[in-house]
Design a protein around this ligand. Sequence first.
Ligand code: GAR
Length: 204
Amino acid sequence: METDTVKIAVLASGTGSNFKALVEGDTAPGVVDVLVTDNERAGVLQLADELGVEGRYMYPGKFRTRFGNAEEKQWADFLEDRGIQLVCLAGLMRILKGPLLEAFHGRILNIHPSLLPAFPGLDAQGQAFRYGVKVAGCTVHYVDQGTDTGPVILQRAVPVYESDTRDSLAARILTEEHMIYSEAVKAHCEGRAVYSRVVRQQKE
Ligand code: GAR
């Protein structure tokens, strides 16, 4: 029996290397259907064009780090009307608070460049580098109301070397991001990952 395709929308604000990894990686039965950005000048728009994926800019509202409520509803309506089943955040520098979370509850994934719950928020690689950790990494997780919280699907660790700079560490992490994002999307699309928290009870 053939598995039905899962239509994916990628939301991104910047360069789009994770978007590219999702388009080119094995996410089957998931297929990237559209790229939506909140940044008219984002390199990811050009990349979408080159990769033959429809790319569009949508106004996010007047705030810098979150959506306006009306605008978030417009984004959610657009994605629902298009029949999108999974939303992948790939460097979207904006938190979701309302309509998108409601419309796609349990069907929004995010990639974050740290081993969460360590170093949530902006410049996670810089935070890890400055802290002096010896192991860093990246996480794919389901999105909830928090900032970089939500059930973890996959993580991968990388070593931090004495010779590293913030940027050399970020590059090492990014290579792993590209690998685990496709793997996690595939796992979700095949039903091997679901939005549920595993609560581990402490033994007496
Ligand atoms: C990636 O490192 C991604 O993990 C990070 O932004 C970068 C986007 O790069 N996301 C976050 O920090 C979200 N909290 P890309 O545009 O080349 O995919």
